[in-house]
Ligand binder design. Sequence first.
Ligand code: FE2
Length: 158
Amino acid sequence: MLSRKAEDYLEAILDITEQKGYTRIRDIASALAIKPPSVVEMVKRLNDIGLVEYRKYDGVRLTPKGKEIAGVVKERHDTVRSFLEIIKVSKKIADKDACIIEHELEPETIEQLKKFVRFVKTAPDYPQWLEHFETFCKTGVHPCEVEKREAKGHRFFC
Ligand code: FE2
């Protein structure tokens, strides 16, 4: 299994390559807030285990194997980020925390999160329970509780 750090590098290289079409050492250094000499060291290591190709004046490229791993990490990132956004974590924090959580979760948890995100996103209308959750976040009260009180014992569905 790859270290969390190595996964971060592969993910960053994939992101940068998708945005710019190529990746240089300084791009990785600024994306991960790491000094260029340390980036070179890590990239050389990734080169040695066949996950990237690094040529001094030509930048860094993912090998097919590196790309595959980066894709998995990115998918985990996107899943966790989407989940956090669904539960109303702000975009910036969701993105930051996704990068921490993405390395730690069991595949089963990721799979269920993925299903949950897909379930919410493919709902034909904005889900009512999610609207209720928003209200709950703002007021601390479940809207169904209010409705229940107002219904005064009448049956209702929430
Ligand atoms: Fe990430």
